[in-house]
Write a protein that binds this ligand. Structure first.
Ligand code: SAH
Length: 259
C-alpha cells in the first residue's frame, strides 16, 4: 500500500471515530421521555403491615377489653385507621390512645370507638347521626354497619377534610353546630356524640326514633365525663350510666376555633 493511501486510511478512521463519539454525545444529551408515573399507592407490603397492626389492635386492645359484637370487631379490622391520622402521628395509628388531629381536637381512642359503637347497636339499614366528625374515623366505622350515616362537625377545615376522606362511603357530612342535631333527616335509630356537652342537648333527644339509642359523654370540660346510654321507649327516656371517659368539649357556635 502506498504511503499516500495509508494516510487516507488514517484520516478516514479518525473521521469515523469522531462521528461515533459525536453520535454518542448526542444520544447521551437527548432527554429520555418520562413515562407517566402512577399515583402513589401503598405497596402490597405496606398494606400487609398496616393490616397486621390492625388485627393486633383488635385482638389485644379491643376484644381483650371485652368488646364482643362480631360486626364491631370486623369493622375495626376493616377501617384503615392510619389514613385518618396526621402523618406525624402515623407510627402510633394503632396504639390504644387518642391522637391530635389539629385545632385542639383528637381522634378517639380505638377502644372507646369500639365501646360506643357496640353500645349503639346499629343494625343494617338503620339511620345514625354522629355529632363531632373530627377525622371521620368513627363515621367510617359506622358506615361498615349501616348505609345511612349522617355526621356533623363544627370546625370547618376538619369538616371539609373528613368529607374528602369519607368520599365513597355512605356518609353525609355537614359543617355546623351539632347541638341542634340534623332535623331534616330525623328521626334517628342511633345518635352518637363524640364531644362532651355539660348537659344532654334536648334537640338530640327529640330526634331519637322510637326504640332509638343515644350514646353521649356528659360532664364539665377538662375533666372526666360520664358516658350515658339513653333509650327512647314509648313516652319514656331511659338513661344508663356506662362509665367514665375523657372527651374534648362540645363547642358552641364559634368558640375556641384556633388551629
Ligand atoms: N369522632 C371523631 C373524634 C372527634 S373529637 C373521630 O372519629 O375522629 C370531637 C369533635 O367534635 C371535634 O372534631 C370537634 O371539633 C367536634 N365538635 C365539638 N363541638 C361540636 C359541635 N357543637 N358540633 C359538631 N361538632 C363538634
Amino acid at each position: 500500500m502506498s504511503k499516500r493511501l495509508r494516510r487516507w486510511h488514517k484520516i478516514a478512521l479518525l473521521l469515523a471515530i469522531c462521528a461515533l463519539v459525536g453520535i454518542g454525545i448526542f444520544w447521551a444529551a437527548k432527554p429520555v421521555p418520562r413515562r407517566p408515573q402512577p399515583l402513589a399507592t401503598p405497596s402490597i407490603e405496606e398494606d400487609a403491615h398496616w393490616g397486621e397492626l390492625r388485627l393486633k389492635m383488635v385482638r389485644e386492645q379491643i376484644a381483650a377489653s371485652g368488646i364482643k359484637d362480631p360486626r364491631v370487631l370486623a369493622a375495626m379490622e376493616t377501617v384503615p385507621r392510619h389514613t385518618f391520622v396526621p402523618p406525624e402521628w402515623l407510627s402510633q395509628a394503632y396504639d390504644d390512645h387518642p391522637l391530635p388531629i389539629g385545632y385542639g381536637q383528637t381522634i378517639s381512642q380505638p377502644y372507646v370507638v369500639a365501646l360506643m359503637t357496640e353500645l349503639l347497636d346499629v343494625q343494617p339499614g338503620e339511620k345514625v347521626l354522629e355529632i363531632g366528625t373530627g377525622s371521620g374515623y368513627q363515621a367510617a366505622i359506622l358506615a361498615q354497619l349501616t348505609d345511612r350515616v349522617y355526621t356533623i362537625e363544627i370546625i370547618e377545615p376538619l369538616c371539609l377534610q373528613a368529607a374528602q376522606r369519607l368520599r365513597g362511603l355512605p356518609v353525609q357530612v355537614r359543617c355546623a353546630d351539632g347541638y341542634y342535631g340534623w332535623e331534616e333527616h330525623a328521626p334517628y335509630d342511633g345518635i352518637i356524640v363524640t364531644c362532651a356537652p355539660d348537659h344532654i342537648p334536648q334537640p338530640l333527644v327529640n330526634q331519637l326514633a322510637q326504640g332509638g339509642r343515644m350514646v353521649i359523654p356528659v360532664g364539665p370540660p377538662g375533666s372526666y365525663q360520664t358516658l350515658w346510654l339513653i333509650k327512647r321507649e314509648g313516652q319514656e327516656v331511659i338513661s344508663e350510666r356506662i362509665g367514665h371517659v375523657l372527651f374534648v368539649p362540645l363547642l358552641r357556635s364559634t368558640e375556641g376555633l384556633t388551629p
